[in-house]
Design a binder for this molecule. Sequence first.
Ligand SMILES: Cc1cc2nc3c(=O)[nH]c(=O)nc-3n(C[C@H](O)[C@H](O)[C@H](O)COP(=O)(O)OP(=O)(O)OC[C@H]3O[C@@H](n4cnc5c(N)ncnc54)[C@H](O)[C@@H]3O)c2cc1C
Length: 467
Amino acid sequence: MDRRSGGETKCAGAPCAVAPVPTAERIPKETTLHRIVVVGGGAAGLELVTRLGDRLGRCSRASVTLVECARRTHVWKPLLHAVAAGSLDPNGYEVNYLAQAHWHGFRYRFGEMVGLDRTRKQVHLAGTFDEDGRQITASRSIGYDTLVIAIGSVTNDFGTPGIAEHAVPLETPAQAERFNRRMLNACLRAQTQAGPVRPGQLHVAIVGAGATGSELAAELHRTLREVVTFGLDRINPERDIHIVLIEAADRILPALPQRISTATHRLLQEIGVEVRTGARVTAATGEGLRLADGSFVASELLVWAAGVKAPDVLRHLDGLEVNRINQLVVEPTLESTRDPDIFAIGDCAACPRRGNSGTVPPRAQAAHQQAAHMARQIERRLRGLPLLPYVYRDFGSLVSLGRWTTVGNLMGFLSGRSVFVEGLFAQLMYRSLRLVHERALGGTRRAILGVIARALARRTGPLVKLH
Ligand SMILES: Cc1cc2nc3c(=O)[nH]c(=O)nc-3n(C[C@H](O)[C@H](O)[C@H](O)COP(=O)(O)OP(=O)(O)OC[C@H]3O[C@@H](n4cnc5c(N)ncnc54)[C@H](O)[C@@H]3O)c2cc1C
């Protein structure tokens, strides 16, 4: 086992003044500390372990462990459309798990949860391997007293033929960067090929006109043109580049109020994005998309941004209850319905919504709120106090349409009514969402320094990623 590449030896020494940290992966049963294990270090899980580490881990009131399967860093998912379009370099936004654990009093364990033993209170992790197939970490089990599952969601392609092979989803930074590389390669190919640009070449089809698809369409419209200005003179943007946004519902942004949908649709059409509503994709090929009405959308680049589900592993977690999209069914207290020691937060949790027949929507603000609530809940649990229900507060929704505008609705605090916003104010509110997340992870000073550092970095390089 190559321990250096896994970073596990460093990780074992990470927490601050907690009781002696075991070097083995399995936390010994005889530890006197309450063992809190959080699986998934995304918007919800990473905020949760940071809070718990600060409040309980540092002062040895509990042992806090994060299990995370993705790369060694966290990038906030709502930034991924900008990574895909090349307008944002993820390096400036990454939070390193090892460093975060070291600074905030929790342990980070690299690995994918593949199973659970509720009787023995153990989470099973698969072994991990590097790009050359060398093992990084062996498969192992981690014991818990309180387990919080926060493994988010993945794209749901509803089994549509050809999507997995030909379309790129935007679930991870790696996928967003992969799409961006495809886009740059497509531009270089068009610039250097012998013949003229073919029909469908340099066309992008985005399936799903929710916030992600609509934001990506606007952002790509700009960045593709920006790339071409760097000497790719054989490409004529007006003639060759084409973006089509495809939505099965009868309007784009179907989950948001009509006014936001109308404003976004109008803006996208004005800048030249083709919007096709009421269009259901039945298959994808290497050349484009087949629609239910029999038509074919020729397109070299395909993005699938329609629908989410929770990861399949949740279906087989020792009998925990899941709904039809694999989410763990939880009580309003965030406890799983079948085990009071197991909780779920974020996109992977089906949490009842007060005053509403549905569940809390899979959104960043819900992940943030649930992380804060869960941290308080665990402190109450340790003190033997009854758990409190989580109540979702909808602050509204904002859709950023690149440099053109931002539109959305904000919920009035007193009236409880939705207020339509757009322009600079909406843009500032949109950016503040990311700042709230960064502040939860690193405090106010670090969040502000990050903003300044990135503003300076933007002045020293191209506004679009070119590699
Ligand atoms: C492109 C895009 C744009 C978005 N834009 C917005 C927006 O503008 N506004 C908004 O409110 N919401 C937005 N969302 C939704 C928002 O990002 C999610 O609601 C939020 O990230 C959910 O947080 P989470 O912690 O539940 O899941 P995630 O942030 O997805 O984190 C889950 C973590 O669990 C890890 N994991 C998964 N499986 C395992 C496993 N088996 N073992 C160990 N670790 C595992 C993953 O690697 C990941 O780090 C967007 C989502 C996407 C994909």
